[in-house]
Ligand binder design. Structure first.
Ligand code: ATP
Length: 458
């Protein structure tokens, strides 16, 4: 196990994050009016916008800025043989223990993270009443039935990862995309796992979204590309504003490796509950293509015209979770400070990730200000995502925008009506400058394109 980096103190509590997400409409517990359903969440307006921006940035890094990548969107339901060949039916398991006394189930390898059902809560096994069973392997795949007949022939699984959809399309992609290794196939989509240990908000849920890319390389180059993708993926988080001190790369020990992997490193983030996996970067070797070739009878290989020989490429996989990344970005951006005797809570999100880039606010709802503000708003939102708000005191409106992470506030006041200037307020520095309303949309679009680093680093 790699040494944990020096920063070990999380800077914000998870309940503060949960409260802000609920209060500002980012994330709600699912089915709340019925008492909720364990570890399942619904995303509200700002949550959807933030997720959208996050996925967009991943997509830009994978597809938009590269020539060696193609996109895919494979189905959630796949032939059951996919999961037999991939090893998931047999090997996608976690060790499970039951407590005969309280009836709760725990992951045997994560007992120190779990809470026993008794009060005051301790770890499972710590009370004399605890009566834990031996560990047994529990498959995390959700089983369902396809069609009207519910028999063994109709069994199907909700995919537990998006990667297999990529491997089973290797031949299709190769034929149409005419790429040669090294090249990648990228996909974003939902995955499902019947996790035993949940909790920690959206860190581990049973339904989640993954951003996965399989990079097919000549076998001799696998190690080189593995380290290339570790660097690239670390850089992606840092460029989007995560402080490098809160990130670390940890190589898996031999006993931890997944059934398909010859080497994996996790990017870990200092979440409120401690250092935990944010993204896995695996060297999957030729395991998946070979398994599917054997099980399907299809040739899943690349024919190298120059050398006149066929080979099975090796695969490097950066696999990230949208929900987990979203939690990391929110945690890293969360800040609370005292301004003129009042507490200010804010999300110092990278402007590219911020759900709303600019808020247009008339100082008061009279004297022609709302009308002028709406005109300016129409111009601004044609260039950058913006919001118009005229309800309540200006201070209250700013507080709301700070908490959803809006980087720029534009106030239309008496002076605007006289000289056509507005105040432009910076979320992070709280500096206000007067700028002409004319050209404001261009000014904001320019600011959005500028490189950005977290003001917490200053
Ligand atoms: P963990 O050890 O935390 O269970 P894993 O190693 O099983 O994760 P992978 O199979 O490597 O996870 O999946 C890649 C990424 O998908 C993870 O790094 C994480 O960001 C995300 N992910 C996996 N399982 C979940 C889940 N149950 N909820 C939310 N995100 C998940």
């Amino acid at each position: 196990m790699a040494e944990a980096p020096e920063t070990t103190e999380p800077q914000v509590r998870l309940d503060e994050i949960v409260a802000l997400c609920k209060r500002r409409g980012f994330i709600f517990p699912s089915s709340e009016i019925y008492g909720g359903i364990g570890s399942t969440y619904d995303y509200g307006h700002y949550g959807v916008l933030l997720r959208h921006n996050l996925k967009n940035e991943w997509w830009r890094a994978m597809i938009g800025e590269r020539d060696d990548m193609v996109a895919l969107d494979s189905a959630i339901l796949q032939h059951p043989k996919v999961w037999e060949a991939s090893g998931h039916l047999e090997g996608f398991t976690d060790p499970l223990v039951d407590c005969r006394t309280c009836g709760l189930r725990f992951r045997a390898d994560k007992l120190e993270d779990a809470q026993c059902g008794r009060k005051p809560s301790k770890h499972p096994g710590e009370f004399s009443e605890c009566d834990l069973t031996e560990a047994r392997e529990f498959n995390l795949m959700f089983e369902t039935h396809v069609g009207p007949v519910k028999d063994t022939a109709s069994v199907a699984y909700l995919r537990p990862e998006t990667a297999q959809g990529i491997f089973i399309n290797f031949k299709n992609v190769l034929q149409f995309a005419r790429k040669k290794p090294p090249f990648g196939i990228a996909q974003i989509g939902k995955s499902f796992r019947n996790e035993i240990t949940t909790g920690n908000f959206i860190f581990r849920t049973r339904e989640f979204e993954q951003m996965e890319m399989e990079y097919f390389v000549p076998p001799a180059e696998a190690e080189k590309w593995h380290s290339y993708w570790m660097d690239e993926r670390m850089r992606w988080y840092v460029d989007l504003g995560i402080r490098a001190d809160n990130l670390t790369l940890r190589a898996h020990g031999a006993e931890e490796l997944s059934h398909y992997s010859s080497a994996t490193s996790d990017i870990e983030y200092l979440f409120p509950m401690g250092w935990s996996e944010l993204e896995g970067i695996a060297n999957r070797g030729d395991f998946d293509l070979k398994q599917h070739a054997k099980a399907s009878g299809e040739k899943l290989e690349y024919f190298d015209q120059e050398k006149g020989e066929a080979y099975v490429p090796h695969v490097i996989e950066p696999a990230a979770g949208v929900d987990r990344a979203m939690l990391a970005f929110i945690v890293d951006a969360y800040d609370a400070e005292e301004v003129e005797g009042r507490k200010r809570t804010l999300l110092r999100l990278h402007p590219k990730l911020a759900p709303v880039k600019a808020a247009v606010l008339p100082l008061v709802s009279r004297d022609g200000m709302p009308e002028r503000a709406r005109e300016i708003y129409e111009q601004v939102r044609a260039r950058v995502p913006a919001e118009y708000d005229e309800g309540g005191s200006i201070g209250k409106r700013y507080r709301r925008q700070d908490e959803i992470g809006t980087p720029w506030g534009i106030t239309i006041d008496g002076q605007t009506m006289e000289d056509g200037t507005v105040t432009l307020r910076d979320r992070d520095t709280l500096e206000q400058e007067r700028v002409p309303a004319e050209g404001l949309a261009d000014l904001l679009a320019g600011k959005l394109a500028e490189p950005w680093r977290s003001p917490k680093l200053a």
